[in-house]
Design a protein around this ligand. Structure first.
Ligand code: ASP
Length: 590
């Protein structure tokens, strides 16, 4: 028997019992007469004690053990004289009479503590030791609970889980495909799914009615802290539904997950159109945990001889409450430089301080009278003590820049309450985005998204300009400024789908070769349908108030897309290349 109990359960009521525990040596302390060992497993830590006088050999053996040795210890539970109230097992210890080393351990490359001294790459390389640490371990346990609750809710709502294949052909979600060469079909490749999009739609044509899958998706794109080349989605599709049916079902799922994992009751989610989100926050995923809504200043600022504003398409600002006193000239200069970095690209930053002593200080005092500047105060709803920042320029760029400033102000001035959750549905996205560089339209969501019903006729018959104004029946779930999920009502009609591929620059032949199977299925009784997918890793992170998804993934990849532990990707043997008919290509290159 390896253990009668785990390392997290023993309490005062167990005193007097003989128990056997197995686990890892977290720490040991030698106090001359007594040696203490903290023994750890997934469930907790229990203190072992060895008495030098009573059991000299055993105590000496215990003194020689290093961190992370795997041990089995048998002894009697007794009450501690020096209790540790910070530990659930802190009232007791084990007076050990039998000790066995099940396995030795080299000294770990970083400390196995909540706060570790290990850098991220080192922790990835030795992920098995990183996962022994509480924060990572707890994240994985949380993730497991979240997927269980997801399955419960969806299955209670009549969804069934269906697995779709990983070796498929391209499903465009806007990223590059990872491809897999086929040995049996020389010179041909599978693509790994960027999502199960086409399969779940086919399942609706197949009459499955409500589908879900907690599924890996693969996208070959440049990585950031919140992106991984393979990630997990809660992927869903429903038949005979309108947008509102889907929003209600998945608002329900989100509330269920918050309640069952965090015991948080979320209020009903507000909805905001894409246009409104852009106007009020300069972002299609606004963080509603703080204010600083955008204030449009065109009519207040133009026509007074200040050419920077006069020539701008948009003059827009935000008001930072009570912070006029926090900005010296030097601070403003620093912030302006921050805004001018290439990542943001603002030309400059105009400020107005409505000081607490009622004086007004501004960087554009030369161009506007005091009365005019004082007048803007009302537009901002500003009070004495507030500072406003104003940007101007081309509409879309300026909004994006001000969005960055708004987020920075929230960070710098600590405007986010921990544990605050602000969900939001963003709806009515544009259907198509015009791309100047490639001179063609891109699908804002993906090519299977339906236009809003009232825009359908305009889509089928309208001219080029009309296409820019089409709205999609698409929606995103945003929580705390993170995009948690997105989906749409789908096209279920061959003619409309064909028209969409046409607009997206696919020739008839290309569309047929890539998506003929889907358009073909639309001719055999496709029901109206729609769906959504949640980013599961990100949902885990947001529920835990964390920015990075990496620590919710057991074995994540680094910024170069490498698995540091198994050292992948890696070259393959010449024989494998030959089998896959990839050797010729290599030789051509050489
Ligand atoms: N397939 C979409 C995505 O991966 C989600 C959806 O439209 O259901 O973003």
């Amino acid at each position: 028997m390896y253990r009668s109990h785990d390392c997290g359960v023993l309490r005062i009521e167990h005193v007097g019992q003989e128990v056997t525990l197995s686990g890892w040596l977290q720490a040991s302390r030698n106090f001359g007469g007594l040696t203490f060992i903290d023994l750890r497993d997934r469930y907790g830590i229990t203190q072992l004690v060895f008495n030098q006088e009573e059991r000299k050999d055993l105590a000496e053996q215990a003194n020689k053990l290093g961190r992370e040795f795997v041990l089995r210890a048998t002894g009697i539970v007794r009450e501690r004289s020096n209790k540790n109230p910070n530990r659930p097992t802190g009232d007791v210890e084990i007076d050990v009479h039998t000790l066995e080393v099940l396995n030795a351990s080299k000294t770990p490359p970083f400390t196995i503590e909540d706060e570790t001294d290990g850098g991220e790459e080192l922790r990835m390389k030795y992920r098995y030791m990183d996962i022994r640490r509480n924060p990572v371990k707890e994240n994985l346990i949380f993730r497991s609970k979240l997927s269980l609750e997801t399955r419960k809710y969806l299955s209670d709502n009549n969804f069934i889980e269906v697995e779709t294949p990983n070796l498929i052909k391209s499903t465009p979600e806007g990223a590059r495909d990872f491809v897999v060469p086929s040995r049996m079909n020389e010179g041909q490749f599978y693509a790994l799914p960027q999502s199960p999009q086409t399969f779940k739609q086919i399942l609706m044509v197949a009459g499955m009615d409500r589908y879900f899958q907690i599924v890996k998706c693969f996208r070959d794109e440049d990585l950031r802290a919140d992106r991984q080349p393979e990630f997990t989605q809660i992927d869903c599709e429903m038949s005979f539904v309108t947008r509102d049916d889907i929003l209600e079902t998945f608002e329900g799922l989100t509330k269920h997950l918050f309640k069952t994992t965090l015991n948080v009751d979320l209020p009903d989610f507000p909805r905001m159109s894409y246009d409104e989100a852009m106007e009020r926050y300069g972002s299609d995923k606004p963080d509603l945990r703080f204010d600083m809504e955008f204030v449009l200043l065109n009519e207040h600022t133009k026509g007074h001889g200040f050419s920077v504003f006069d020539d701008a398409e948009l003059v827009v600002g935000i008001c930072v409450k009570g912070k006029a006193g926090s900005y010296s000239n030097k601070d403003i200069k620093k912030l302006t430089e921050w805004m001018q970095r290439p990542q943001i690209g603002a030309k400059g930053l105009v400020y107005v301080k409505y000081n607490a002593d009622k004086t007004i200080k501004s960087s554009i005092g030369k161009f506007y009278t005091d009365e005019q500047i004082a007048g803007w105060k009302y537009a901002f709803g500003a009070e004495d003590g507030d500072i406003v920042f104003i940007l101007s320029g081309e509409e879309e760029k300026t909004r994006k820049q001000l969005n960055e400033l708004r987020l920075e102000m929230a960070r710098v001035h600590d405007l986010i309450k921990p544990g605050d959750f602000k969900p939001l549905w963003v709806i009515d996205f544009p259907l198509l985005e015009w791309d100047e560089d490639s001179n063609r339209f891109h699908a804002m969501h993906h090519p299977f998204t339906a236009p809003k019903q009232e825009d359908e006729a305009r889509m089928l018959n309208g001219d080029h300009e009309t296409m820019k104004s089409l709205r999609a029946d698409a929606y995103d779930l945003v929580i705390n400024g993170s995009e948690i999920g997105g989906g749409s009502i789908r096209i279920h009609d061959r003619a409309l789908q064909s028209k969409n591929f046409d607009l997206l620059g696919f020739s008839k032949e290309e569309a047929e070769a890539q998506f003929g199977f889907l358009m073909g299925a639309f001719e055999f009784g496709a029901p109206p349908h729609g769906g959504i997918a949640f980013g599961f890793d990100r949902l885990c992170a947001v529920l835990n108030g964390q920015a990075s998804i990496r620590d919710f993934i057991a074995f994540p990849k680094n910024n170069q897309g490498r698995d540091m532990m198994i050292d992948a990707p890696s070259p393959i043997a010449k024989e494998q290349l030959i089998e896959l008919s990839l050797d010729l290509k290599l030789e051509e290159k050489e």
